[in-house]
Ligand binder design. Sequence first.
Ligand code: DX5
Ligand code: ZN
Length: 229
Amino acid sequence: MSVLIAPSILSADFAALGEAIAAVERGGADLIHVDVMDGHFVPNITIGPPVVQSIKRVAVVPLDVHLMITDPDRYIDAFVQAGAAMVSVHVEVLPHLNRTVHAIKALGAKAGVVLNPATPVGALEEIAGDVDFVLVMSVNPGFGGQRFLPRSEVKVRAVRALLDRAGNQAPVEIDGGIDCQNVGRVVLAGARLIVAGSAIFHSGDPERATRELRAAAVGATAPPAARPA
Ligand code: DX5
Ligand code: ZN
């Protein structure tokens, strides 16, 4: 499977989201990553379904909605109605994760589950066959611009192995502190959906930064002989 680039608009100018999305789409973005925070699960508040609905009107590529909220079951329907093509939920808040994953699928969206840095991969053991993707957090969720936690690379490998054992080709997504320097490592570890916020939107040229991130990510998948020295 190829690598997909998902710029996170968390680091964009919220007064100019349409322009931000158009720029990364010109740069080849495959998805738009939308970070929803409720001030409970994470110490930050961002956006809700009405903003997603507005984004949906201008975005050409699908919306990848990452719910960092304590009660996702209550809002899944609203986010899918608003235009989310992919919805990811944190295992840390869901005692009935199987029900939630299947509820997302029943609404017609791709269902992803997310692991915080301190959550063991084993938490996915019983759901690995059911998910459409798994998101490995490589920072503690809540804010953009944090430093990539190096252990996440091993975790991506472990999640990939678990999905393979379950016979599930669902992609692994990585989110937090990703840039052109470290993206190759996580791609080699098995990540195929690449989220990046500050590396793209704080770069001064989001279109170009999207293109460069893709080049760095795709470069890692090329056979060693084809890689630049
Ligand atoms: C963090 C969010 C991320 C964030 C990534 O809680 O889930 O999607 O936007 O931003 P960077 O790439 O700056 O770490
Ligand atoms: Zn995110």
